[in-house]
Design a protein around this ligand. Sequence first.
Ligand code: NAG
Length: 193
Amino acid sequence: MKLLLLCLGLTLVCAHHGENHDVVTSNFDMSKISGEWYTILLASGVKEKVEEQGSMRMFVESIQALDNSSLLLKYHKKINGECAELIFVGDETEEEGVYSLSYDGYNEFHVVEADYNDYVIFYFLNYHNEEITQGMELYARKPDVSPQIKKRFEELCKNHGIPEENVQDLTNAVPSECFLPRSPCHPVTSSVT
Ligand SMILES: *[C@@H]1O[C@H](CO)[C@@H](O)[C@H](O)[C@H]1NC(C)=O
């Protein structure tokens, strides 16, 4: 009986731990964001931007936190019917954890939530010709994530006023729309010679 209770207790502890995972919502360690990612969901206040031909519709390959606090971001995207690689450097702004980069105007972005080994959610603002558009992106370490995380992302979008119909699932779009083989090696963060 005692043993049974102990087992039950342990199960509860484990179940509770599994629920929370290691979700981080502030003070992000950007070096832990480094590595390979896959685009899962994309959302924009302007739906066309995440639809086919849209400027924001791109597939992340990797993110690397550089020593000078900038981020190196690699994507691929269909441009004029061809698959192209896009490489950006996002520089940290005066605000810690907020990055800027030039693409389709000017953008500022930051991490909203992450489980470094599973997923990361970005929020960004795009400034283009006097227009400001907000957007959100869900990236995962694997080509797909659990439905719970997708639901969580949709909730966060809704909280920012981005309707569910502006959320695009890109998990099945990659091979048909734009496929570039990934490099077999992981990016090297520092070289020791
Ligand atoms: C950091 O280094 C990268 C790559 O050398 C460079 O493109 C970027 O502008 C640098 N960032 C800053 C803030 O100097």
